[in-house]
Design a protein around this ligand. Structure first.
Ligand code: NAD
Length: 492
């Protein structure tokens, strides 16, 4: 099915939203205890679009018990059969690409066309991890006896995900732990649970009961119950730094647990004087992920540009952003929709006000767009002459706000780059290979682009330094991180 017109998409969304929403627990689609629900609202007009089950700790305990019961058979199943089921998950996602993308658009606010890309990326990651199944190998040590290692799954894994790429994370982040032989309980974000709950229906019978489950609840009760459950010793989290640190604390208080964290960023693109200003402008806009209203962890929200090319870069960015169309995420031709919710919207406006007070110059945007009277829209915003130490230049805004920090030969752009607490991605624009390589080595980030931005590549480890996280994903590291090594020593 190809994406329809806005009216056709709206009709299809209404049809999808008329469903009775259920959690997936023990192979059954169930409601929460006492039929309790919470409301999911639309970022387009704050209307209630669905009432979804509001799980509690007891339901989490039940899900964990079912996962524990399912684990031995899943662990012992042929690894290639597990991989085949994860490939089928990819096929089912792609066969339902438009519905999943529409549900992401309607509760998250990003345009349906880019959310289709998220479904394709999720399917690609499933097939990638399925293809790596036989790489979960051990080794044999030379010896007079016999010494070798093997890799085994943990058991029950909790995956807790954020609101910004709902279906991409709901699918791609369960692939590695499932291929590795773990049972997985997924907790989607409360603002954007719709696509994951739709997925629950689509794959209800794909995995044996208890192998993959989805629980949703309003507030921290459900995810905290997962993290604190004694039977869960492996937690994979994607979200904000404060939540990540709280998870580490909860995990440490309740057991010895392996926690990996994909957290926030305040990423920078460094443009050296020899860089082509047009390419820098294109890379900065692509890197800022305006299409998700900047709500992407890897967004290069700081542009550190040498004074000698700064005016040319700013002029080209302004020209390019004039063609950027804001509007309903259900219109496949729109470039940007609203922010996810009122909280995010108000936070972005607060940062814009503080930037202006700190002397930043608004080049484009800086406000809600005229003509869009409802919805949490903020124009793609470029701020110039930003002080590198101001709040807008050091804190994660998670909105469509790019701060330009100009530097001269008297400044060290790498020091400015590294001055923030985060270290997720970094981008370097120069034609000087020595400059590029020297800078790449000095950046305190886990992912670096040279003369590029924003793009992820299958197999390249993604993850952060410093407050941006622990662990690496989208690569074999992710698969192996869901196994634990065992050494076996035989006396011959
Ligand atoms: P968030 O931390 O508020 O919530 C993420 C998830 O954690 C949600 O499912 C939420 O219900 C759950 N949660 C809330 N309180 C919890 C607690 N006490 N214990 C356990 N779980 C809890 O993040 P968000 O606002 O949904 O997402 C935005 C953040 O995610 C940004 O900081 C962004 O940079 C980050 N992010 C990082 C990556 C990455 O790969 N590094 C990718 C996407 C988003």
């Amino acid at each position: 099915m190809a994406l329809g017109t806005t009216a056709e998409n709206l009709a299809r969304v209404q049809q999808l939203l008329s469903a009775d929403w259920r959690l997936l627990v023990g192979g059954e689609l169930i409601g929460a205890p006492d039929g309790r629900t919470f409301e999911v609202t639309s970022p387009l007009d704050e209307s209630t679009i669905a009432a979804v089950p509001d799980a509690d700790e007891e339901l989490v305990n039940d899900a964990v018990a079912r996962a524990e019961a399912a684990f031995p058979a899943w662990r012992d199943r042929d690894v290639l059969e597990r991989a085949d089921l994860v490939r089928t998950l990819a096929d089912i996602a792609e066969a339902n690409i438009d519905d999943l993308a529409l549900l992401d658009a309607v509760d998250g606010g990003a345009p349906v066309s880019v959310m289709s890309g998220d479904v394709r990326m999720a399917a690609g990651l499933c097939r990638y991890f399925a293809g790596l199944a036989l790489e979960m190998k051990g080794f044999t040590l030379p010896s007079e006896d016999m010494r070798f290692t093997m890799r085994q799954p943990f058991g029950v894994v909790a995956k807790i995900i954020p609101f910004n790429h709902p279906i991409l994370f709901a699918i791609s982040k369960i692939a590695a732990p499932l291929v590795a032989g773990n049972c997985v309980i997924l907790k989607p974000a409360e603002a954007t649970p719709m696509s994951a709950l739709h997925l629950a229906r689509l794959i209800q019978d794909l995995f044996p009961p208890g192998v993959f489950q989805i629980v949703v609840g309003n507030g921290p009760t459900v995810p905290r119950a997962l993290v604190r459950h004694p039977a869960i010793t492996r937690i994979g989290f994607t979200g904000s730094e404060p939540t990540g640190r709280s998870i580490q604390q909860d995990a440490a208080q309740t057991g010895v647990k392996k926690v990996t964290l994909e957290l926030g960023g305040k990423n920078a693109l460094i443009a050296y004087p020899d860089a082509d200003p047009d390419k820098v402008a294109q890379g900065a806009i692509q890197g800022m992920n305006f299409t998700w209203s900047g709500q992407s962890c890897g967004s290069t929200s700081r542009l550190l540009v040498h004074e000698s090319i700064a005016d040319a870069v700013v002029a080209e960015m302004t020209r390019r952003l004039k063609g950027h169309v804001l509007g309903s995420p259900l219109d496949p031709d729109n470039d940007q929709g609203p922010l996810v919710n009122r909280e995010q919207y108000e936070k972005v406006l607060r940062y814009l006000a503080s930037a202006k007070e700190d002397g930043a110059v608004v080049v484009t945007g800086g406000r809600r767009p005229q003509g869009l009277d409802t919805g949490y829209y903020v124009e793609p915003t470029v701020l110039d002459h930003v002080d590198a130490t101001s709040a807008v230049a050091t804190e994660e805004i998670f909105g469509p706000v790019l701060s330009i920090i100009r530097w001269t030969d008297n400044d060290d752009p790498v020091a400015i780059h590294n001055s923030v607490r985060y270290g997720l991605t970094g981008s370097i624009y120069t034609n000087n290979i020595q400059q590029a390589m020297r800078t790449a080595k000095q950046l305190e980030t886990g992912y670096v682009w040279i003369n590029d931005s924003s793009r992820h590549f299958l197999g390249m480890p993604f993850g952060g330094f410093k407050a941006s996280g622990l662990g690496r994903e989208e690569s074999i590291d992710e698969l192996l991180s869901y196994t634990q090594e065992k050494s076996i020593n035989i006396k011959l």
